[in-house]
Ligand binder design. Structure first.
Ligand SMILES: [Zn+2]
Length: 367
């Protein structure tokens, strides 16, 4: 039995006897113990590795190529997740009428995917859902091609008097269209997660919509979240991320109407699955960022997100680090929103603050 065991383990004390054999076994056991300890520490390090991310818009091959060119540099800084908000900027085959001008090609996305894999960076596409279907006078392709999907059809010509258009969460014809687009993105990116956006939805449950008029806005928002979750998590088996501002009740936490909700959507927080990752964006300097512990207490994973002000980013990072013992506080996400050219991402100060703050600290010197 022993011989069989030692042979399988590759140990062979042939030629040794008595005290030498005992010594041989002691050394082997110590070696085995050290090996197990190193493996165990490696697993713990892997589990505790913070998510250090950057978010940027990408809707053309030119932008995709520029990003591909800096993946290695930002990975060297510690970035291990990239969120690319692509929306209609992809050469969709299922609905070519919804492509924006000069969209990203599958070929260029493939090059970006390969570069991210080479540098162990998780690449997650984003498709902005529900709100943000227009910007200034420009309406995005979905509501241009299918104006009947609009929550406020025919109202607000040239988008005057509103922030952004929304699609109707109760129109049964919308989801089959956008799920086709999501599926194409998941395929093209080989993605294991998708970010659905959903920030700053102001038009919801509007009187102009015969389906939504008079309905509870929290329930309407939750229905949209649950529809996307069912498709992405239950059916496509990928993770789902979203911006979290519509779930923060501004009457309880003092955030303004942009980074918190004053329009009745916050009650949705109790109506949606806990495995959604909450991207909790706050761009101003504050003494505390109370939404982070609030989402943690609700059972969500939270990914705090800063923008271009270095002092605000540092304050948010430092605050988040006080909650680091909670494994559901994921790390930090640097948004960019055009504040930095893609080629200069490796020099973006808030990104340098976040990545250096989460680096493992050297052990304290002993006197
Ligand atoms: Zn509606």
């Amino acid at each position: 039995m022993r011989k069989s065991l030692t042979c399988r383990m590759g140990f062979s004390p042939d030629g040794l006897s008595g005290a030498n054999v005992r010594s041989w076994w002691v050394r082997k056991l110590i070696l085995l113990g050290v090996l197990l300890s190193v493996l165990s520490q490696g697993c713990r390090t892997q589990q505790a590795r913070p998510w250090l991310g950057v978010h940027l818009g990408m809707s053309s091959d030119r932008q995709a190529a520029a990003l591909t060119g800096v993946v290695g540099q930002i990975a060297d800084l510690g970035i291990n997740v990239i969120i690319v908000e692509i929306n209609y900027g992809f050469e969709y085959q299922s609905h070519p009428e919804l492509r924006s001008p000069n969209p990203c090609t599958k070929e260029q996305i493939g090059k970006l995917v390969a570069e991210c894999r080479k540098h162990h960076v998780r690449l997650i596409p984003q498709f902005q859902c529900l709100g943000h279907q227009s910007w200034s006078r420009n309406t995005a392709p979905l509501l241009t091609k299918y104006p009947q999907f609009d929550e406020t059809p025919g109202l607000y010509p040239e988008n005057k008097g509103i922030y952004c258009r929304s699609w109707c969460p109760l129109n049964p014809e919308v989801n089959p269209v956008i799920f086709s687009l999501m599926d194409e993105l998941i395929d093209a990116f080989g993605a294991d997660a998708l970010h659905v956006g959903m920030d700053e939805v102001f038009l919801i449950g509007e009187d102009a919509c015969p389906r939504c008029k008079g309905k509870d806005k929290g329930e309407l928002f939750a229905k949209a979240v649950n529809d996307y979750h069912k498709h992405l998590v239950d059916e496509k088996h990928v993770e789902m991320l979203m911006w979290s501002d519509r779930l923060i009740d501004s009457s309880k936490l003092k955030f303004g109407k942009w980074e918190g909700s004053e329009n009745g959507t916050a009650s949705a927080i109790n109506l949606i699955p806990k495995d959604i990752i909450m991207c909790d964006w706050h761009y101003e300097l504050r003494p505390a960022y109370e939404s982070v512990p609030m989402f943690l207490e609700h059972g969500f994973r939270v990914w705090p997100a800063s923008w271009k002000k270095p002092e605000a980013a540092k304050a948010f990072v430092d605050y988040s680090l006080t909650l680091r013992s909670n494994p559901r506080m994921l790390g930090h996400l640097n948004t960019t929103w055009g504040a930095v050219p893609i080629r200069d991402l490796p020099k973006f100060e808030p990104l340098l603050i976040a990545t250096s703050s989460f680096k493992p600290q050297p052990a304290a010197a002993t006197k």
